[in-house]
Structures are given as structure tokens and as C-alpha cells.
Design a protein around this ligand. Structure first.
Ligand code: ADP
Ligand code: F6P
Length: 324
């Protein structure tokens, strides 16, 4: 029997991602159109436990569609990982009449969302992370903006690397996943792409690759290294010592998480945010909105968290064919 939802909360949790604001806007506007009350929970689960809860109406989300970051702020919260913290969170939801919650974040945030659902708050997750590392979905809000930001930054590093005839090791984010590295590696025409999913720890292969490039007459060599492998600065020192070729490391860092969301991120965040509210209106709970095989779908949170995904072997193999 579907439980009727009258007031919904929305929060953003974990690392921010461009497009989170678009998802917040979609949640608030869809809910308002459907006659629901909406409360914005500031600073993720940390703000929930501090009762940092504000009323939201349609006008309150005006002019945020093009802004990076999240107007609700985000946080990581140890207390919410404990059963006591989760119970306190659910009690605070009840106190504020929040009977439905939309959690925009990554895997960790969805574990928290599952707990809220167990405690009787109808909860729906929306995937927001630049890492693309949520197994049940082919798309996560923020990935498209991040790869475009990183690609443009890498183009600039390539300019100077080519002028100086250097080798550049450029480290991109992604936590333990290599999606950003793989996409940028292909899009920037890198000579080598180092992915946590395929890394065997053999740096000599990187050295050989750099030497091979030089032998072929290439003046510069671009290596995209994923954060999950890391150590770019010391790797650059070792590659320079072993090859005699001047080598620099550039770690792109948090600039990849900022900036105005791309059209694609705005589109997906709008649909996914609206979908989350529709699921709540259907009385659903403990579900994750996802995009799979070209369609918007939803999955049970626990089942989704059990799923595994890997980078595309085809894309990885093609990346190697495209290098001179
Ligand atoms: P992301 O959502 O981007 O994966 P984190 O892994 O940092 O980011 O998780 C964000 C927050 O979600 C954590 O700070 C914590 O409050 C909550 N969380 C993570 N794991 C759990 C868990 N097992 N149970 C309840 N809450 C969790
Ligand atoms: O999950 C997004 C992400 O940017 C990862 O790529 C990275 O590992 C992590 O967050 C960095 O987190 P923080 O902002 O806490 O340094």
C-alpha cells in the first residue's frame, strides 16, 4: 500500500558535482507543481542531524541552474554512519513532517539513504558524482562537466609540454575509478592512460612507452594518470631519471569539480530530479534513479550497491590503437 507523501526533503551529500543545483531545482519545482511542501536540508546528513532545514519554494531555486557546486552545501558525516545517528536523523525528519527524502550524492550517500528508508522515511537517491563510479547507472550528474573541464585544462598543459618538448604526467580525479582518465585520455590523444582498473604497478612499462614515443620522433609525451594510482609527482621524477627526458607532473585537483554544468549534465539532472519526486508520489522508497541502456530507470538501493561495473574494455583497447 503506497504511503502518501506530503512533505519532501532534499539534500546533497559527499563530494559536490556540477549539476547538483539543477537536480535540486528539478526536485523543488516538480514537488511544488504536484502540491507538495519542500524542505531543503543543508550540509547533507551533518545538517540533518543539526536540524539545518529550510523551507523551499519554486522561487527559491531561481537562477541556480547554471551554477556549479550545491546551494544546499554538502558534507561528510561520521555520526550518520552509526545506528544512533541514523535514528536521530529519522526522528528529525518526523519532527519536521518530512515523509519523503531525495538524496543527491554517491555510493556512500546512498548507504545512508537506505538506512533512512529502513527507518520509515520514503527515500530516493539521485546519482551525483564526477567519478561515474555508481555501478547501476551509465550516467552520473557532474561527469560530463568534469571531463570537459579536465579536457580543456589538459589541452593547455599539452601546449606548453609540446613547446618544451617534455613529457607530462597529468593526474585527474576519480577516486578509485578510471572513467575520467579514460575519457580524457582518449579525448586529449594521450600517449598513455593509467587506470586503476588495469594498473599492474609496473612503472618500467611507462618508461618504455616514453622512450618509444621519442624514438618515433614525437617531441612530447602525454600520460594521463588516474588519482586512484596517484604518485604523479614522484612518478615524473622517476620517469625523468630513467629516460633523460624532462618530465613534469600536473595534478588537476578540485578545479575538475567546479564550474557551470554542461547542457548534458543539466538535462540529466533535470530528468533525474523530477523522476525522484515522481517515484515518491508513487509511494516508492529505497530506490535509486539511474540511466541504463539509454533509458531512465530505478533500482532497489541495496541491489544497486551490490552491482559492479568496470571501465569499457573496448574503449580501453581503442585508446591504444589511436596512438601513433
Ligand atoms: P559519496 O556519497 O560521494 O560516495 P561518501 O562516501 O563520503 O560520499 O559518503 C557521504 C556520506 O554518506 C558520509 O559522510 C556519511 O554521512 C554517509 N554514509 C556513508 N556510508 C554510510 C553508511 N554505511 N551508512 C550510513 N551513512 C553512510
Ligand atoms: O568523489 C568526487 C571526488 O572529487 C573524487 O574524485 C576524489 O577522490 C574525492 O572526491 C576528493 O574528495 P575531497 O574533496 O574530500 O578531497
Amino acid at each position: 500500500m503506497a504511503k502518501e507523501v506530503k512533505t519532501i526533503g532534499v539534500l546533497t551529500s559527499g563530494g559536490d558535482a556540477p549539476g547538483m543545483n539543477v537536480a535540486i531545482r528539478a526536485v523543488v519545482r516538480t514537488a511544488c507543481h504536484k502540491g507538495l511542501k519542500v524542505k531543503g536540508v543543508m550540509r547533507g546528513y551533518a545538517g540533518l542531524l543539526q536540524e539545518e532545514i529550510i523551507d523551499k519554494d519554486s522561487a527559491s531555486v531561481s537562477s541556480i541552474i547554471y551554477r556549479g557546486g550545491t546551494v544546499l552545501n554538502t558534507a561528510r558525516c561520521e555520526e550518520f554512519v552509526t545506528p544512533e545517528g541514523q535514528k536521530k536523523g529519522a526522528d528529525i525528519c518526523h519532527k519536521h513532517n518530512i515523509d519523503g527524502m531525495v538524496v543527491i550524492g554517491g555510493d556512500g550517500s546512498f548507504r545512508g539513504a537506505g538506512k533512512l528508508a529502513e527507518l520509515g522515511i520514503n527515500t530516493i537517491g539521485v546519482p551525483g558524482t564526477i567519478d561515474l563510479d555508481i555501478a547501476c547507472t551509465d550516467y552520473t550528474i557532474g561527469f560530463d562537466t568534469a571531463i570537459n573541464t579536465a579536457m580543456q585544462a589538459i589541452d593547455k598543459v599539452v601546449d606548453t609540454s609540446a613547446s618544451h618538448e617534455r613529457c607530462s604526467i597529468i593526474e585527474v580525479m576519480g577516486r578509485n575509478a578510471g572513467y575520467i582518465a579514460l575519457w580524457c585520455g582518449i579525448a586529449n590523444g594521450a600517449e598513455e592512460i593509467l587506470l586503476p582498473e588495469r594498473w599492474n604497478g609496473n612503472e618500467q612499462e611507462v618508461v618504455n612507452r616514453v622512450l618509444e614515443c621519442r624514438k618515433k620522433g614525437k617531441k612530447h609525451c602525454i600520460i594521463i594518470n588516474a588519482e586512484g594510482i596517484g604518485h604523479s609527482t614522484s612518478m615524473a621524477r622517476r620517469v625523468e631519471a630513467a629516460t633523460g627526458i624532462e618530465t613534469r607532473a600536473t595534478i588537476l585537483g578540485h578545479m575538475q569539480r567546479g564550474g557551470s554544468p554542461t547542457c548534458r549534465d543539466r538535462m540529466f539532472a533535470s530528468i533525474m530530479g523530477a523522476r525522484a519526486v515522481q517515484l515518491l508520489l508513487e509511494g516508492k522508497s529505497n530506490r535509486l534513479v539511474a540511466y541504463k541502456h539509454g533509458e531512465f530507470v530505478d533500482f532497489d538501493i541495496q541491489e544497486a550497491l551490490q552491482m559492479k561495473k568496470d571501465i569499457s574494455e573496448e574503449q580501453y583497447e581503442i585508446s591504444k590503437l589511436l596512438v601513433r
